[in-house]
Every structure is written in C-alpha cells, then in structure tokens.
Design a protein around this ligand. Structure first.
Ligand code: NAD
Length: 319
C-alpha cells in the first residue's frame, strides 16, 4: 500500500464531470476525501456533478488541462481521467483528443509531481487495438492502426502510457496506469454513440436497434461501480501497472441487443448497419493481475448492471 493507504485528504479528478469521473468524485467524497473536479466540459457536463454541489469539500475548476494548471492547497491524489472516450466524441474532436492525451497528461503529471501526489492514468483496452491475443493480458503490446479513424484515441492513450512510465522513471513520480475495458452505467449520454446507451435509447423508444456488421463482434462490459472500485484499489496500492480492470464476461453485440430488448420489454427489432473501420473483433480482459495484486474482481451481475442503467435512462431520456 502507498503511504496514505487509500486515505486521501484531497484529490484532483481531471475529467471529473464526465461519466466515469463523476462516479469517482462521488466515491471519493463518500470515503471522506475532498475533491477538486477539473473539467473543460468538452464532452462532460456540469449536470453530472450537480448532485455534489452542496457536498462539503467538493469544488469544480473549469480548465482545459492542455494548458498548465495548478490548484490551491495540498493534494495527495490525482486521477487523470480527462479525455474524450466515445468514438463519436474523439472523431469529432481529433486534435483535442491528441492534445489531451499528450499535453494534458504532461500537465496532470506535473501537478502530481508538484504536490508529491499519487497519480493514476486512465488508459484503455483500446491500446490493444484489434487484438491478436485473446483474452488480452497486460503483457500484450496490441495491434493498432496508427493512421486509422480510431488512432487519435488509441495512440493518445499509448503515448500517455509511455509518458507516465518515463515520468515515473526519470522524475520519480508515484504513478500508475489502469487499462479500463468498456464501462457502462448511469450518466452515460444517450447519444454518445457507445453500444449500451444507444441500444437502451432505441429499445425504450421502440426504434430498430442498430447493430454494426453481423453483430458477432464481442465486448466485455464492466459496471461502473466495479470500475470505480478497481481504480481506487490501484490508487491505494504500491503498484505501477499497467493493470487491466474489466469484466471478463464477454458477449456479442447481437446478444447484447437481445438482452437489452428483453430487459426493457421492448418490441424493437434488430437492424444491421455498416461496421466502422478498425472496429475490434473481440475484447476480453485477463484480470489475473488485478485479482492477485489488488484482490479486485467484478461483483456486479451484468443483467443487474444493465437493469440499473435502464432505470436511469428511463428517468433521464434526454441525458
Ligand atoms: P467522458 O467523455 O464522459 O468524460 C471525459 C471528461 O473529460 C469529460 O467531462 C470532458 O469534458 C473532460 N475533458 C476532456 N478533455 C479535457 C481537457 N482537455 N481538459 C479538461 N477536461 C477535459 O468519458 P468517460 O467514458 O467518462 O471516460 C473517462 C476516462 O476513462 C477517459 O480518459 C477514457 O479514456 C477512460 N476510459 C473510459 C472507458 C469507458 O468505457 N467509459 C473505457 C476505457 C477508458
């Protein structure tokens, strides 16, 4: 365990007004940690943290982390989660995505170094690209097209991993890398283009569910509470990673669509549309390292996680 062993007094969450970041802010406040949420609202929204506005010790700093930034007062943890993450967002914001992964990561690392804080980089299973190894363990180097439509995200994260590793080696930053697999849950945007919110929105509206290709491509879906627990376990551990955090439960996109139709009681049918370029064929984490070093494993039953997400989407149709 690190020096504070998971009892942080004050944390910075970059991208704290996004989907994952907002849940991290809540979890930290719940364990008594003050939180500074740093966000430029490029893909997140103040609504995601509106419920935290009155909580003691919660502040929001509107800033683009591509420019150097500092926060007043002592910090002992930096969770660096700022980055567009859905394909629709990073293809709309390609240069911003590259800048955030490079300049933004450099500035977030500098913040952690200045405050002698623990630093966690949110990386992604996308560093494995369209994988030639299945399931993917941390030792796999990936199969990424450096000039394809997904490259701005994949390569930004690969660069961010290299920068984090070099910063720790050269400057002694107490840094770690977490590779998150597809995470879903409340506060995903209905139109962010990712499969879970898209299928739920379409199912609730009784519209055709748009499955790309023949729908045989797989993903492993992790419920947000499990992801948050994994991130905080890594933050509290004396481990640099990279560490996969994801649910090895793997299902095809057709099966996901059918499951969401069943859970929503929808009459929607499936409509097959063109598959995006470089879309990975399979995705499943090997989580032996997280089990062994962090005593972490996913606890949320996938159907239960989807039920909770559907309940939230019903209540927030315009999210
Ligand atoms: P999101 O788009 O909901 O959240 C990202 C947040 O970062 C937004 O609030 C956005 O406004 C903010 N942001 C972006 N660029 C910024 C900048 N330059 N300065 C300040 N703020 C900036 O995405 P998410 O799904 O919550 O993903 C959060 C992080 O987790 C990302 O780093 C992503 O790569 C990583 N991740 C997410 C998943 C997933 O399934 N959601 C999987 C793997 C990795």
């Amino acid at each position: 365990m690190n020096t504070t062993a998971g009892r942080w007094r004050r944390a910075v969450v970059t991208g704290g007004a996004g989907f994952v970041g907002s849940h991290l802010c809540t979890a930290l406040l719940d364990r008594g940690t003050q939180v500074v949420c740093v966000d430029d609202f490029s893909t997140g929204t103040p609504d995601n943290v509106a419920h935290l506005a009155r909580r003691d010790g919660f502040t929001v700093l509107r800033a683009d982390i591509c420019r150097p930034f500092d926060v007043d007062g002592r910090i002992d943890l930096v969770l660096h989660f700022a980055s567009p993450a859905s394909p629709a967002d990073y293809q709309r914001l390609p240069l911003h995505t590259l800048d955030t992964g490079s300049l933004g990561t450099r500035n977030a690392l500098a913040l952690a170094r200045t405050h002698k804080a623990r630093f966690i980089l949110a990386s992604t299973s996308e560093v494995y690209g369209d994988p030639l190894q299945h399931p993917q363990s941390e030792g796999y180097w990936g199969n990424v097209n450096p000039v394809g439509p997904r490259s701005v995200y994949d390569e930004a994260k690969r660069f961010a991993e290299a920068l984090t590793t070099a910063d720790a080696a050269v400057r002694g930053t107490n840094a770690a890398i977490v590779r998150l697999f597809n995470t879903y849950g409340p506060r995903m945007r209905a139109r962010d283009g990712r499969a879970v919110p898209t299928f739920i929105r379409q199912a609730l509206a009784g519209e055709p569910i748009t499955v790309t290709g023949d729908g045989s491509q797989t993903r492993s879906l992790t419920y947000i509470d499990d992801t948050v627990r994994g991130v905080l376990a890594l933050a509290a551990a004396d481990l640099a990673g990279p560490v996969n955090i994801g649910n090895p439960y793997e299902l095809t996109m057709v099966d996901l669509a059918r499951l969401i139709i069943a859970l929503t009681g929808s009459t929607s049918e499936l409509r097959y549309i063109e598959r995006p370029t470089d879309d990975p064929a399979v995705r499943r984490p090997d989580v032996a390292l997280a089990r062994d070093k962090l005593q972490w494993e996913p606890l949320t039953d996938p159907e239960e996680g989807l039920r909770r997400t559907i309940t939230w989407c019903r209540a927030n149709p315009e999210s």
